[in-house]
Design a protein around this ligand. Structure first.
Ligand code: ZN
Ligand code: ZN
Length: 185
């Protein structure tokens, strides 16, 4: 979305409301690792304002998008809405030349009276989106042996006889489990 900042730059207005929808990142763009398996069924809702205070322009937006993602432990679908804030100083390109590279992220550039932050918003969405989502905090996950979803109840694997070659390990694990549960308050 190209935002027309000319009325703001001319100081005809002091506050420019921002409200638009942005298509979500598509998989063909080469999706980031943390978005693997994540689906965005609708657009990114971007709302906020740009203010001009005696020539100092500040962009303050909030963005939110519904998602469908696999639980990191049991792979069941998790749905929700992810939101993030986008706060930047709006500056003309020529002014930005004097800004140190490490601070450049705090700025968005207005060119010929227009501002386009679509790319930066999508970048931020990809960066900030949680790498691990859980269907519930205490999700039991899948059995590593049979793949059963342990949220639906225990599987029979644990009842099966342990391979005798692994018996010492199993015994150690059992002791370790007891020891660590005793540590808990
Ligand atoms: Zn889960
Ligand atoms: Zn199992």
């Amino acid at each position: 979305m190209k935002l027309d900042l000319r009325p703001l730059l001319a100081e005809n207005i002091r506050v420019l409301p921002v409200d638009f929808l942005l298509p979500p990142p598509v998989e063909e763009d080469g999706i980031a690792a943390n978005l693997y398996g994540v689906h965005f069924p609708s657009e990114l809702l971007v709302q906020g304002e740009i203010t001009n205070t005696a020539g100092y322009m500040r962009m303050s937006l909030s963005a939110s998008i519904p998602y469908v993602a696999p639980c990191a432990r049991c792979l069941e679908e998790v749905t929700g809405t992810f939101s993030f804030r986008f706060e930047k100083t709006v500056a003309p390109a020529k002014l930005l030349a004097n800004v140190a590279e490490e601070d450049a992220d705090d700025y968005v550039i207005v060119e010929d009276g227009f501002l386009d932050v679509d790319e930066q918003l999508l970048e931020m969405l990809v960066l900030e989106f949680p790498a691990k989502l859980l269907c519930k905090e205490d999700c039991a996950g899948l059995c590593p042996q049979c793949g059963k979803n342990l949220n639906d109840g225990p599987c029979t694997c644990s009842k099966q006889e342990t391979d005798p070659r692994l018996a010492p390990l199993a015994a150690w694990l059992e002791r370790h489990k007891e020891a660590s549960s005793k540590d808990e308050p």
